[in-house]
Design a protein around this ligand. Structure first.
Ligand SMILES: [Cu+2]
Length: 153
């Protein structure tokens, strides 16, 4: 009973934070969960994590459409990177699941998940210095809606 109460309490705060627009990493694990769906939306555009400590990012594609039509990934970019410029470059990188392999674009990427089809999930870990890291889905045409910022502090 006590556990149920606690989980309701946490859910309540998660809803409040969602309304404020920032999803905070779970305090102990420095873990964030990002989901994507068939309407080209991430669950949140703003995440906050602790800097200098390993982050676990769990990414889930909650959609039903086939990967070739509505695949999603999460590409975390260095602070100051223009997401539209990266997203445009990614369009021609189908062979590498829309992660451009040239040195200039590779140098912009801090970490990225696999490209996920419906119902799939991927977990990645990385550590961030303090800063604001833009992220996008680099599937063609998605970066305009599917973008956000992970703040490490
Ligand atoms: Cu996408």
């Amino acid at each position: 009973m006590k556990i149920i109460m606690k989980s309701k309490f946490i859910t309540f705060f998660a809803i409040l934070l969602g309304a404020a627009g920032v999803a905070l990493a779970d305090h102990h694990g420095n873990k964030i969960e990002i989901t994507a769906n068939d309407t080209m939306q991430f669950n949140s555009k703003a995440f906050e994590v602790a800097a200098g400590k390993e982050v676990t990012l769990v990414f889930k594609n909650l959609g039903n459409l086939p990967k070739a039509a509505m695949g999603h990934n999460v590409v975390i970019l260095k602070p100051g990177t223009a997401t539209a410029t990266y997203g445009m470059a990614a369009v021609s990188a189908a062979a590498s699941e829309y992660i451009p392999q040239d040195d200039a674009n590779k140098a912009l990427v801090v970490a990225h998940t696999k490209l996920l089809g419906p119902g799939e999930e991927d977990t990645i870990t990385f550590t961030l210095e303090p800063g604001e890291y833009p992220f996008v889905c680099s599937f063609p045409g998605h970066f305009g809606l599917m973008n956000g910022v992970i703040t490490a502090k």
